[in-house]
Design a protein around this ligand. Sequence first.
Ligand SMILES: *Cc1c(COP(=O)(O)O)cnc(C)c1O
Length: 480
Amino acid sequence: MSRPAESVVDGSKAQPQQLPAVDRLLRAPEVAPLVAEHGHTLVAGEARALLERLRARARAGELPLAEVAPSALAQSLANAVAARLAPRLKRVLNLTGTVIHTNLGRALLAEPALAHVLAMMAGPNNLEYDLASGGRGDRDSVVEELLCTLTGAEAATVVNNNAAAVLLTIAALARGSEVIVSRGELVEIGGAFRMPDVMAAAGATLVEVGTTNRTHPADYERAITPRTALLMKVHTSNYTVQGFTSSVDEADIARIAHARGLPMATDLGSGALVDMAQWGLPAEPTPQSKIAAGCDVVTFSGDKLLGGPQAGLIVGEKAAIAKIRQFPMKRALRMSKLPLAALEATLRLYLRPERLAQDLPTLRLLTRPAADIAAQAERLLPAVAAAVSPRFAVRVAEALGQIGSGSLPVERLPSAALAIAPLQKKGAGRALDELATALRGLPLPVIGRVKDDELWLDLRGLERDADLTGQLADLQSALT
Ligand SMILES: *Cc1c(COP(=O)(O)O)cnc(C)c1O
């Protein structure tokens, strides 16, 4: 008689029937604390999924016996629960060299903005309530006075983001009519925001004037008809046109518009509220200069150079702003109390302009001296080199970063980077991918950029060495 089938079974692998039922696993003494902490619903759901995965591996003869031990099962279950509870939205370390990175959340909020958000979200607040009269208030009044003080505008309103600000402005002032824009300014700002499409979505007809490189005052004058409702200028924030060029500035367009009784709007995109040149950064047009030039409406973002939350700021002449505020679409695009609190606290920092470079984290990063960053790179080099050895070599490289988010596209920020290269030429591409993956897999994921055959960590974005050095042991074990 032949021996039973278990003689051919690999003794180091578990059989499906060695796995417990869900109920038994949940009653195990090792698992009880997990149920006590997180409740039956979550833990039972994860237990069911875990046992299903293990059973499939056992059927395939691929489940090591050690994994079905009660303590191992409890640990796997604890890991599964922890993974389920881990947020998808995580803090990361932005070492890409692009300071205001749209994919990495743009501007960093200042301490007072964080504190104000926390305080205002913790209980009721006077979002739309006038404490003086006890009557209904308008949420715009939280920031309107500040925006008027800072920009010199008569009135202001705010929406969710600048794309919404532009859409709402066009819809409120020119729905069913024509809007005149230079061909040199029909911008696309990342994917879905293209000026001609926004115009169509707002229900206005775009009238293009001039050419890609040259537009003159007479082009605007000739295009005005009884159907015209608005003249508009769009800041070409993410590209420049160089060479044989000519464009009409806001003051001239506003003069042409006003002579025909029409309003004029300008979309600045980034909208720095102070002169960036004072810190050696490239100059960027300010909303106040555009108000002074006679623009009736100026739109700009809250989370680019301004250094606040995602927001669309609309400032300008009283009647135009009133029309925008009263347009029904405003209700759909209005800001929520959460970013509004952050915006208020951020704008208040601008009342103390001398302190901005310390108070605003994004500006603090943008104004870090290149020499400080280079010294930081030298300081961190040995520890990082040790963590990635023996597979990779590290050197300090002079880097050119960017402000980002479409602001000031051409100018570069001198910086320093740790450039990490695989030592083996063979399979170098794969090694670099593995390194980038390991960095992204750290508790505080590190995002760098691949340049030629190296992975660059631009240290302008690293204010605290410990954010990187505290994770080097994890990096080392991920690479071995
Ligand atoms: C960035 C930008 C926008 C869009 O602003 P969001 O706040 O990202 O919606 C619109 N216009 C210009 C010129 C921009 O640079």
